[in-house]
Design a protein around this ligand. Structure first.
Ligand code: ATP
Length: 274
């Protein structure tokens, strides 16, 4: 088969690396672990396990991170769990019918290697709202995906995860019971969550910032997502490097990073490096 190789579960990603989303983690674990690891619980009570979970929210809020952590934790909790990750638009192909074929192969492989998680990142790119105006191929991909989801054995150990920034752009049929029947809306982090995320991305420094500094920074970073906070921490370390190794920088400042991308200029974690 010419399907892309199985995505290895990255065991280094754990729930400890995720800040400010603890209220989602337990609920998500239930939805993913129970059907994967304890399917008999559902069968013996004559209920159908949840089939798919949609993670919705602005970019950089940890949706991909949480999917990876779930796969890694599921593997640690019990038997080996196969993890397949696909980016929505990457599945599309210029060859008519090729995307549908790849999807079929993917579902077959996931069932063969169950328990499995199939994660569609940016699923809006793969399964946009169907319309007569839209290209026929796109509509056909959505129909194929729906048929494949419906075709999964209700007792099979395959869980689907999807992530999107634009939940309204996804075909509504995908959000019906038996398909992506659960949704989680990830918000931008609040102040406390921002402090937690700053802590996660700076706690392994030689001289991590004090709690006061993290709280002060968190309070001033209104509107930052997790990815922005990570970038801020990276920038802070680069600045500390810059102070310590000025010889790296040429006089015309060729190597200086564009700090606009970080947006907060006034803070330096100069203590980052000894
Ligand atoms: P996109 O919609 O752009 O794919 P996303 O919600 O999937 O965004 P991630 O890819 O999970 O976001 O986040 C990007 C990076 O930002 C992560 O690898 C992580 O380092 C950092 N990050 C985001 N959210 C958090 C968080 N809640 N805690 C810790 N780090 C975070």
């Amino acid at each position: 088969t010419d399907i892309q190789p199985l995505q290895l579960v990255d065991r280094s990603v754990s729930f400890e690396d995720i800040g400010g989303l603890s209220q989602y983690i337990d609920a998500l674990k239930e939805m993913v672990f129970f059907p994967l690891l304890y399917p008999d619980l559902f069968a013996s009570n004559h209920i159908t396990p949840p089939r798919g979970v949609l993670l919705c929210g602005p970019p950089g809020t940890g949706k991909t991170l949480i999917a990876r952590a779930l796969a890694s934790a599921a593997s640690k909790a019990g038997q080996k769990v196969s993890f397949y990750m696909r980016k929505g638009a990457d599945v599309l192909s210029k060859w008519v019918g090729e995307a549908e074929r790849q999807l079929k192969l993917l579902f077959e492989e996931a069932q063969r290697n169950q328990p499995s998680i199939i994660f569609f990142d940016e699923i809006d790119g793969l399964a946009p709202v169907r319309s007569s105006r839209q290209e026929q191929t796109h509509n056909s991909i959505v129909s194929t995906l729906l048929a494949l989801m419906d075709g999964l054995d209700s007792r099979g150990k395959v869980v689907l995860l999807g992530a999107t920034n634009r939940v309204d752009a996804i075909d509504g049929a995908l959000r019906r019971p038996g398909r992506f029947d659960r949704e989680f809306n990830f918000p931008l982090p609040g102040c406390e969550a921002r402090a937690e995320i700053l802590d996660i991305h700076s706690r392994k420094w030689k001289h991590p910032p004090s709690n006061e500094l993290k709280l002060e920074l968190a309070a001033s970073c209104v509107g930052y997502c997790g990815a922005d906070l990570k970038a801020l921490c990276t920038e802070a370390v680069i600045r500390a490097f810059r102070d310590k190794y000025p010889q790296v920088y040429t006089s015309d400042d060729k190597f200086v990073i564009d700090v606009d991308s970080v947006r907060v200029e006034k803070y330096h974690f100069v203590e980052a490096m000894s």
